[in-house]
Design a protein around this ligand. Structure first.
Ligand code: ARG
Ligand code: ZN
Length: 854
């Protein structure tokens, strides 16, 4: 059954007040809901309440038990005579049998909820759609010994103890909210408390709630929360609005975290950190996710989405906000590089494959399948492009207008764009195509110079590829930052210019260009497009050394590496020297930030190389990339050895500088390993043993685990034993092996699925092994199809427990069109096996059937 954007109708009944009374018990929780409902328009019809999986125990209207209700599928239909009534329902649910982790469920001994998108209907009957905003008051009663802490949205109002060993608490949320933002938590939790005073003087009590043993690992998250609160005041003028802000960490969670009003619930991997167990990457991700969920308080909660087609209204904007926050904490250039790398690794393939969809989709079967890189990360790029087009002053005026105008409402993407237009006086009609057209635009750029006349002409042309259901596309608005540099003097020949390309093609003319110009284009990745230019290896090397935009500098190096790897894969050409020289030049530049150098000298991933080819040959790509790594490792051996020694540090600190040094040193270790130098096994082992932090320990483990070192088994074993019992670190142990580039990687993964610590019931563990294996281009695409069969087997098992997480892991099988006929046939056979499975969830069915068709 397909839901279509055009079918939107306002709700027939509103629910201004909701009272929920929970009698909590893991096996049987009773939920008594009291809804004050009001008719919305004359032809409202009966009240229709969504439900899923629970049994109706009682229905009352205005205090009187009724029996004229009916079930239409799982929808509860209650006939109502007047315009305003109080409707009560009672149901019983079983949190400890909830393996989907949607609705009310048990994680460890903790009872918690996840309602976005449609989990609230698994708790109680309700119009479970984001445009029904209600004021919630919640009462929870639970066993006092097992569940000493009872939390819900908003502010605590009362609590008490009963004489039967149970206790109760009441919470009140004064802000009307959609049901997907409801949350409760009950459990034995310890708290790390903090406080924050808002710019207008409101004192907010902060709390990070975790198991008592995890308490020492919560300071970083608490600190990040305070930084986020201050940042949102300074940059967007947004202040927090309740007296308390609580975050709870749980081990079983379907994704990263959830922005429930006043009570964020997190996957513990985005809260818990200390130097011994979390990498720099983990620390950064924790700060980013804490910020993201906090920022949702305005972009998501105060202003929510009218319907789920508008999901990017809150997610795209909030990702843009968290990216800007992270950029302000350290190197903005490195943050941009990381974000673009992520976009290319996840969103570009999505946009080029069978599951491509616009940032504002037109139709879905299962909304959980649309929490995608396109909605989140391409959505963030759309906001970034509007910010670029408007400039900082108008963009801030436009967001101010948006917050002023839509506070307390359920809004649309169109509402947001209209604010951008009204505050700036600009016409964004054509820009809106970014919301409706899927596919990554391809931009070709060629620069001609007539030496005599001093004139340079730049011809730009764009093409948006066809995607499923969208065979023909119109040209889009591409905001392109560009600049010309002189090939001889190295000096800039023009200022940076912002060009808004909105035609299929356009020619720009530059006068008085006195020397041969080199084109720097899409600086800062100002538009999320693929650039095809005819720049030579020499020009790319020049830009990698001379460009004043750090992103463009990185990009030039990446393009040079990519061109080299593509040529090597297709025709076995060895053009290593140009890359070796450019990398040497970057390593020798003392001005450059260490973190930037580390990013700039890393080769593009095997998957990204594959994305450049008409047909992916995973083995040839792997061999070509390894050969280039070997060449870089060998030719620059002494530089790597020097960097390795020079970037050693004393005690561990988490700061941008210290992170940069660790990163560069570990990149150097990787290249030393690639060089085949005999000392590397011992070097990596020493680092593994001596490390005072997880960044260095895991980097050493990765190096050893990917090679054939004598130290390899001992390192894997020592890592496992040292961290047994810390599930987040054991996830890393699984993941490292699932991402291995070794010949035996696929067999090792199949064996690991039988390891006693492996379970599909925990999403983090499933993602660490099955999810990571799916993106291991070489091992997953082994020619005999063992990787495809393994993934399909795991997905079918997982689907019975947790359809949402299963569906998330399917996309690697949908890439069959990108491969040779024998592989494509093997992948299709697995997709067909999945689709034919009796009792398949609609989550997995939608993904698998679209993957076969697209
Ligand atoms: N809103 C949450 C966030 O971005 C994620 C919710 C994901 N929900 C889902 N059904 N996949 O922070
Ligand atoms: Zn979000």
């Amino acid at each position: 059954q397909t839901i279509r954007r055009g079918d939107y109708r306002p709700p027939a009944w509103m629910v201004p007040e909701t009272r929920l009374d929970f009698d909590l018990d893991p096996a049987a929780t009773r939920v008594h809901a009291t809804l004050t409902v009001t008719r919305n328009g004359a032809d409202a019809g009966p009240l229709r309440l969504d439900g899923a999986g629970q049994a109706v125990q009682a229905v009352r209207v205005d205090g009187v038990a009724v029996d004229d209700w009916a079930l239409e599928g799982e929808t509860l239909i209650v006939p109502l005579a007047g315009d305003a009534h109080v409707v009560e329902t009672e149901v019983t649910i079983a949190p400890d049998r909830n393996t989907q982790l949607m609705g009310l469920y048990a994680s460890g001994g903790i009872l918690c909820t996840q309602c976005e998108a449609e989990g609230f209907r698994r708790i109680t009957y309700f119009p479970d759609r984001p445009d029904v905003l209600s004021r919630y008051s919640v009462r929870m009663t639970a066993d006092r010994a097992r569940y000493p802490v009872l939390l819900s949205n908003g502010d605590p109002v009362a609590s008490g103890v009963q004489d039967d060993g149970r206790h109760w608490a009441e919470w009140n949320d004064p802000f009307p909210k959609p049901s997907y933002l409801f949350a409760l938590v009950a459990g034995e939790l310890a708290v790390n408390r903090g406080s924050f005073t808002t710019q207008s003087g409101r004192a907010v009590e902060l709390g990070i709630w975790v198991r008592a043993t995890d308490l020492p690992r919560t300071d970083h998250a608490l600190h990040a929360l305070k930084l986020s609160m201050a940042w949102d005041e300074r940059v967007y003028g947004r202040e927090y609005d309740l007296d308390v802000f609580n975050i709870v960490a749980v081990d079983d969670f379907n994704f990263g975290a959830m922005e429930n009003k006043g009570l964020n619930i997190f996957n513990s991997r985005y809260i818990l950190a200390d130097p011994d167990t979390a990498t720099d990457y983990d620390y950064d991700a924790i700060a980013a996710v804490v910020a993201h969920e906090y920022f949702h308080n305005w972009t998501g909660n105060r202003i929510t989405c009218r319907d789920w087609f508008q999901l990017s209204l809150k997610e795209g904007f909030t990702v843009y906000r968290d990216q800007s926050f992270s950029a302000d904490q350290g190197s903005a250039a490195v943050k941009r590089i990381e974000d673009v790398r992520g976009l290319r690794a996840s969103q570009f393939p999505e946009d080029a494959g069978p599951l491509a969809h616009p940032v504002r989709p037109e139709a879905y079967q299962e909304i959980n399948n649309f929490y995608t890189a396109t909605i989140y990360n391409k959505g963030a790029e759309l906001i970034r492009m509007m910010a670029t087009i408007l400039g900082p002053t108008d963009f801030r005026a436009a967001t101010d207008l948006y917050f002023r105008e839509f506070d307390g409402t359920a809004a649309t993407c169109e509402d947001f764009v209209r604010c951008m237009e009204r505050a700036s006086g600009r016409d964004l009609s054509r820009f809106r195509l970014w919301y409706s057209q899927a596919g990554t635009p391809r931009l070709s750029a060629s620069l001609l110079h007539s030496a005599g006349g001093g004139r340079a002409t730049l011809r730009l042309a764009q093409h948006v590829p066809a995607t499923p259901g969208q065979p023909i596309k119109a040209p889009m608005v591409l905001p392109l930052k560009l600049r010309l540099f002189g090939a001889e003097t190295g000096r800039p020949l023009t200022e940076e210019r912002l060009v808004l390309l909105d035609e299929a093609d356009e020619t720009l003319v530059f006068e008085a260009v006195t020397e041969r110009p080199v084109l720097s284009i899409n600086r800062g990745f100002s538009a999320p497009v693929v650039v095809e230019s005819d720049r030579s290896a020499a020009d790319l090397a020049f830009l990698s050394a001379q460009d004043d935009d750090p992103f463009a500098r990185y990009e030039a190096m990446q393009q040079l590496m990519l061109d080299t790897l593509v040529a090597a894969t297709i025709s076995g050409e060895d053009r290593h020297q140009a890359v070796v020289d450019a990398v040497a030049n970057t390593l020798d530049d003392p001005e450059l930030d260490r973190a930037f150098v580390a990013e700039a000298v890393l080769l593009p991933s095997e998957a990204f190389v594959g994305d450049q080819l008409a047909e992916v040959d995973p083995e040839a790509i792997h061999q070509a990339r390894e050969a280039l790594r070997r060449a870089l490792g060998g030719a620059l051996h002494d530089r790597w050895a020097h960097l390795y020694a020079a970037n050693a540090q004393g005690g561990y600190v988490y700061s941008p500088e210290a992170k940069g040094k660790r990163r560069l040193r570990n990149v150097a270790l990787g290249y030393l390993a690639a060089s085949g130098a005999p000392e590397v096994g011992a070097l990596a082992w020493r680092q593994f043993e001596a490390a005072d932090n997880m960044t260095d320990r895991q980097a050493a483990l990765n190096t050893l685990a990917n090679g054939d070192f004598a130290e390899r088994p001992a390192a894997l074993d020592a890592f496992y034993r040292r961290y047994a019992g810390n599930s987040l670190v054991i996830d890393k142990w699984f993941q490292t092996q699932a991402l291995s580039t070794r010949d035996d990687a696929a067999d090792a993964v199949v064996a690991l699925a039988r390891h006693p610590d492996f379970t599909l019931a925990n999403p983090n563990r499933a993602r660490a092994l099955v999810g990571a294996f799916g993106v291991n281009q070489r091992a997953f695409n082994r020619a005999d199809g063992a990787g495809y069969r393994f993934l399909a087997d795991q997905l079918l098992q997982l689907d019975r427990l947790n359809p949402q997480t299963a569906a998330k892991l399917l996309p690697p099988l949908g890439r069959w069109r990108r491969f040779d006929a024998p592989r494509a046939a093997l992948m299709r056979a697995e997709l067909e096996r999945i689709v034919a499975q009796p009792g398949l969830s609609k989550d997995l069915f939608e993904q698998a059937s679209k993957s076969l068709a697209g």
